[in-house]
Design a protein around this ligand. Structure first.
Ligand code: M6R
Length: 635
């Protein structure tokens, strides 16, 4: 949460920073701000409540010159979202400025100490405490800015990605991280820093991923890019020979910067003609799932090869139990995996919310396999959950989308989903790719253990290969879904029902609707309805029932009848050619037939579209729903 971006070089920094903030806005959009040092050595800070566009409007008649600057888009933690609490923050003397992503947990103690020394605070933020501490250290210990940052960070408990400017040194930018991501872009006599590579990609494909407790000093004084070459691959282990970049730890141990080649294209960050990223990402799913399976699912040879599994077969074969840990949509994917792993591999599976798991003193054994699922790879609770499991000796396997993120880095092994950047805050293509990755894993374990028949394995592998085309068929009903979505904008509440593999789909459909349309929605296992939620059914209550023709289909049909008998309005997701449900439901969306374990990959698509269209008709901000951020890097 919170996005940070910085620039030092020869160009005017402001347009680069503003464009970068727009790219990072998915991380938070409560307020935005920018700090620039102009040619006269003035350190100007401009801030505005709300989105980056508000900042642009506010700064339009201000001095936005300067070839060094830092900028921030905020998701509020300490202090309400207003201009005072917006970043950047000045130090007491207004000589330094800071931007910060993360939480300084011991800020109250540090603040009290600084107040005793006569420091005053304008904002309620933990961040202002840090910049005051840096200035206090610099002044009282007579050290340079980098040393002051190092010494201050040694006192900090918590998570941070920070960047600091000093108006007396307009040729130097200092940045550091612990627990929050930070990437440095290396250009020709210019450098960029950002929370992720999206603000950097159009300027350079050379990046350095800063590690925890590292401090990077970027300087244009005496900078030379001679001798640098990273074409085609990582320069692992080589010095950059770039005098402009120095990396140390917070304890001042020198590190060798490792430049990597960025694998990200600009087109992946644009809407490509769609009105919203969410719709683009929903429509990308046939391709993204094909990408996720490429090189792994071999339909001709009816085989799946997952290197993260192959290299660690023994850990899976010896596992007495698999624990899956994740948050939000990723947790729903984990729940689907529980059905698949127990069915195919016959290993008991527990699915845990990371936030609960990490704090409830769980029993973790050395022969447990813990699977962490995370699109961003930075979710704080999931990261902490695997840290705990790793300390107890469990084997950590992660399913992640963002390459090089903290969760895969901490894991023993894993599988990337390869769906490209997911920018809409509501997760869509990441979810289906997680389900595919987990299904592939379940099949690999089941085959290796001999707990599933060869015939069943072949059926599922072949059916998996057909999923992208089948999703195309579902997407072709977009117009019809958009039309009937208009009928439901009156609703205050929705119920979603499903059973077996499609119970997590019901949860996911409800979450999608809640987060982007602000309509309250609950997902239930269909048979649980009788135990309470049925009391809510009335003419006013739309009920979405996920009822493909498999598993407990007949029982779900009975549930639909119970809803209709109480005048509920039913939107049903059924298998092509379904006769029974079509007769009783008010609206029916058909999905092609497939293996039961793969039905979620098809049934979830209409639910994504339904939530999207209802939100659009209601005039909601689909890509950036209120109060949310894409990547939840705080507890
Ligand atoms: O990046 P992660 O997959 O770890 O994120 C987990 C949740 O924060 C995320 O799935 C969230 O629930 C989405 N906004 C749902 O659409």
């Amino acid at each position: 949460m919170c996005g940070i971006v910085g620039y030092i070089g020869k160009r005017n920094a402001y347009p680069i920073l503003i464009k970068g903030l727009h790219r990072l806005e998915y991380r938070g959009y409560d307020s935005a701000g920018v700090a620039l040092i102009n040619a006269q050595g003035q350190l100007n800070i401009y801030k505005a409540k709300g989105k980056v566009a508000e900042l642009e409007a506010y700064a339009s008649d201000k001095d936005t010159t300067g070839t060094i600057g830092i900028a921030h888009t905020r998701w509020a933690t300490h202090g309400e979202p207003n201009t005072v609490n917006a970043h950047p923050h000045y130090s007491e003397s207004e000589r330094l400025a800071i931007i910060h992503n993360g939480i300084i947990e011991n800020y109250a103690v540090l603040k009290a100490g600084l107040q005793k020394e006569g420091y005053s605070f304008k904002s309620e933020t933990d961040t202002e405490v840090l910049i005051q501490l840096i200035e206090y250290t610099q002044v009282n210990k007579h050290v340079d800015l980098r040393t002051a940052v190092q010494l201050a960070l040694q006192q900090v408990i918590g998570a941070y990605a920070i960047a600091v400017l000093d108006k007396d040194h307009p040729d130097t930018l200092i940045a550091a991280r612990k627990g929050s991501p930070l990437v440095v872009g290396v250009g020709q006599e210019e450098y960029f820093i950002a929370s992720d590579a999206t603000p950097i990609v159009e300027y350079t494909d050379k990046v350095i991923y800063i590690e925890d407790e590292e401090v990077v000093k970027l300087s244009t004084k005496g900078q030379s890019t001679k001798g640098q070459s990273t074409k085609g691959q990582s320069t692992k282990g080589q010095s950059t020979k770039d005098e402009g970049i120095e990396i140390t730890t917070i304890n001042n141990v020198q590190k060798t910067p490792e430049i990597k080649r960025l694998e990200l294209s600009l087109s992946q960050l644009e809407k490509g003609g769609y009105p919203h990223f969410m719709l683009k990402e929903i429509f990308e799913q046939p391709r993204t799932l094909a990408d996720s399976m490429r090189g792994r699912v071999n339909v001709r040879q009816d085989n799946i090869a997952l290197s993260g599994f192959i290299d660690n077969k023994e850990r899976f074969m010896n596992a007495k139990r698999i624990i899956i840990t994740a948050c939000g949509t990723s947790w729903h994917a984990g729940l689907i995996a529980m059905y698949a792993i127990e069915e195919f591999a016959q290993i008991p599976v527990e699915v845990e919310y990371s936030s609960e798991f990490r704090y409830r003193k769980p029993v973790i054994n050395r022969d447990d396999v813990v699977i962490a699922i995370s699109q961003s790879g930075e979710t704080a609770d999931t990261l902490a959950a695997i840290q705990l499991a790793k300390e107890k000796g469990a084997f950590i396997f992660s399913i992640c989308n963002v390459i090089g993120a903290s969760i895969p880095r901490l894991s023993n092994s894993g599988c990337y989903t390869h769906v490209g950047p997911e920018i809409g805050v509501a997760s869509t293509k990441a979810f289906t790719a997680q389900v595919v990755a987990l299904t592939m894993l379940a099949l690999c374990i089941g085959k290796e253990k001999g707990t599933m028949s060869e015939e069943q394995y072949l059926h599922v592998v072949r059916a998996l290969g057909q999923i992208p085309d089948k999703i195309e068929c579902v997407l072709s009903q977009n117009k019809r879904i958009a039309d009937f979505a208009k009928t439901f904008t009156y609703a205050q509440n929705f119920i979603y029902l499903g059973r077996g593999y499609n119970y997590p789909v019901a949860l996911e459909g409800a979450l999608k609707l809640k987060e982007i349309s602000y309509i309250h929605a609950e997902g239930y296992p269909a048979a649980e309805m009788k135990h309470g939620p049925i009391a809510l059914i009335s003419q006013e209550m739309p009920v979405v029932v996920v009822a493909p023709r498999c598993g407990t289909y007949e029982k779900v049909v009975s549930n639909i009848q119970e809803i209709k008998a109480r005048n509920g309005r039913v939107i049903a997701i059924v298998t092509e050619g379904d006769k029974m449900v079509s007769k009783i439901a008010d609206y029916v969306i058909e999905v092609p037939e497939t293996e039961e374990c793969l039905t979620p990959l098809l049934t979830v698509i209409p639910l994504q579209l339904l939530a999207y269209h209802i939100a659009v008709v209601k005039g909601c901000d689909v890509d950036q729903p209120r109060n949310l951020a894409k990547s939840v890097t705080v507890e």
